[in-house]
Structures are given as C-alpha cells and as structure tokens.
Design a protein around this ligand. Sequence first.
Ligand code: IK2
Length: 423
Amino acid sequence: MSSNKYELPKKFHGTEKNVWVEFSKLAVDHQALNLGQGFPDFQPPQFVLDALKNTVTNGNYQMNQYTRSYGHPRLVQALSKVYSPLMNRTIDPMSEILISVGAYGSLFSSLNGIISPGDEVIIIEPFFDCYDPMVKVAGGQSVFVPIRPTKAGVEGPTSSVDWKIDESELESKFNQKTKAIIINTPNNPLGKVFSREELEMISRLCIKYDVICISDEVYEWLVFGESKHIKIATLPGMWERTLTIGSAGKTFSATGWKLGWTIGPANLLLGAQCMHQNCNYNCPTILQEAVALAFEHELPKIDTPECYFKQLPLEIIPKRDMLISLFNEMGMWPVIPDGGYFLMADISGIDVDLSGENPEEARDVKFVKWMTKNKKLTAIPPSVFYSKEHQSVGENYVRFCFIKEDTTLNKAVDILRKWKQTM
Ligand code: IK2
C-alpha cells in the first residue's frame, strides 16, 4: 500500500507520545510506587459517593437517558449558583455554561470553538501538555512564553512565587494573528497561584491586542495559606473575552468522573457548543446529576470552613509539607507550591548514572525512567510541559503528586531515605 492515505495525518505529527500513557505504563511495568499522574489514591468524600448512589437508585429512568446537550439542567443550575458570586455577576445557566468530558473536553471544545487556521495562540509555560496538540488539531499555531525561575540554582528550597513572567517577553509575542492566550492558575506543575498584578498585566495585554483568554482553573479550590485564587474573568474588561474552565474530577477528588465545564459569555461559548454537540452531544446524565447533588450539598456552607472545598487544601498541606522536608533532606530542593497538588524538586545536584537511558531525551525524562527502574518510584518529568525551545527551563526538576494516602507517601519516604544512604 503506497498511498499516504493510510499514514498518520500531519496534524498529529509530534503528538504520538503522551506522558500519561508512557509513564503510567512504566510504573506498572516496573511495579513502582506511582507519584506521577495527578489523582488521589483514596475515595472521594462520602457525600459525593452518596450523590451517585442516590442517582442510581432513585428510580428516575431519565437518569439513564440522554440529557440536554450543553449540560444537564440540574448541574448547570448548581454551577450558576456556585460561580455567580465568584464571577461577580449572574451566570446564565443555559447560555453561559457548557458541560464537557472533563476539563480536557472543555479545553478541546473551547479551542476548536475559537481557532481558525493560521491563528496564533500564546501558551504560558509550563503548560498542561494537551494545550499544544489541541491548538494544532484546531489549525492554530502555538507561541510559547515561559514563567522563569528567578532563583534557579539556589541551594535550598524556593517558592513557586519565585517563578515570574517577563512582561516585555510576553508582549513581544502578541501580534495581529494572536487569537488567544491560555493561562493555568493554580499552575500545574509549578503550583504557582497567579497574583492580581500578574493577572492584571495579562489582562492589559489581552485588551490592548484584542485577544481571548482561556483560563484553566481546575485547581481553583486548592490554594494554600495566604494565597488567593483570582479569576481573570472578574478583572475589568475580561468577562467578555474569557472562557474559564473547571473540573468535577479535581473539585471532588473523583478524576475518573471526567466532567468539566466552560463558563463565559454566550457569544464566545457558541463555537464550543457547536463542537460539543457534534462531537459528544452530551456527557453522562447520571454523573452530571450526581455532581449537581454534590454541589447542592456544599452550597449552603460554601463560605464556611466546613465546606469540602476549604477542607481539602487543609487535608493536603501536611502531605505537601512531608515531601518538602524529605526533599530538603535529600538536597533535591523543592519549589514550594502555593496551590494544586504537585511539587517540583530540583534534581540538578543529584548525580546518577543515566548512561543506560536514551541520550536523545531530556535529563528529567531520563532521570524519571532511571528512578522508576532502579528505585521503584515514578514521578513526571516537567520538560513535557515545555516547548522544545524552552525545555531546558524544566529539565532540572521532577514533579511529584502529593494527593496520596499517608501510607503511600511514607513508602516514598522510605525509598528516598534508603537512596540517600547510598549517595
Ligand atoms: N487542566 C489541567 C491544568 C490539569 O492538570 C488537568 C488534569 N491533569 O491531571 C493529570 C496530571 O497532571 O497529572 C486537566 C486540565 C484535565 O482535567 P480533567 O481530568 O477534568 O479532564
């Protein structure tokens, strides 16, 4: 068969490898402790499980049939109640919210809904790895701007606050072709929570160059200490140009439920709705009803410390701190995150023999492969969150997920302490 009709279409070139597929398999193959992919290794809270149980057993046949394409009515109404106060405006549940298959689906429908061939999309690095392939599939061109570590090479722990965007570097990437910018706060993998000043700077540029903002906020509830999550859509002049993305999986510690949402003005959401109705039509009704019940459960206490959204960060801070002190001991200097559930550790001072790994790969990729095979511990190499041109910014770090049972984290502590004795 010589015809190229059977070859992989060009739009997929360079996207054949996927970090989650590759490193999840690697962990299984080597029976390694997996602190790689971001999911809790414990049950979602009881009220979330009860919401699903009640939906399954409530005797309503409609729970098992198609629901409204753009979002199950009970869920979009619940989301409108949660997000209207956070967005400082009344969110119309029917025209300003779209439910998709996870935040992945929300990103996919949003990007396809706004991009035309030739459009440029600015992506702030480090970025969740699917952004660039999604821009490409939609016919756009990604333009990358890294958040740079201002304290790289420091012997000691640093903070995600030390990672900064250079305003003039960012502005230099805006031009006539720029259609959108994608930001992610709290950032995966850095744990950086964008400050008001940083968001104001980005919004000034969006307004000056008339650019749409896609704001990926899947870790919006997971902020620590004094840090505050600010929605860029609430800044002056931004609602009308912003699509804000959230995730039920991250919100309720149920990543396998795969429900996400996009919130934005009806005219901007229209393209995403077109994509969604012809791609998925609707998301599973039963899960949408259960997520609606879960939000309804939390709504009366949403502003109190008892709310799950306030409890979860408090539960995981000690887990984060356990890894911070461990990596301090190891000299794998941690970048202390202010949000999310990942921690980056600096591996530049860790001398291991990587000669058995593929020399073509970045140092962090080789390091994680070596660690998985030799120490039975898996993490994620952050260079996959960078474009080729900026890979060197990420390759001195390794990302660990800390939303795990203490027993799991204790096993990681044992592995790393034993390793330290041999250093
Ligand atoms: N956006 C960001 C920033 C995410 O982190 C994720 C989920 N990532 O989790 C994998 C990992 O980094 O280990 C998504 C979007 C996708 O969210 P969902 O699971 O709702 O599709």
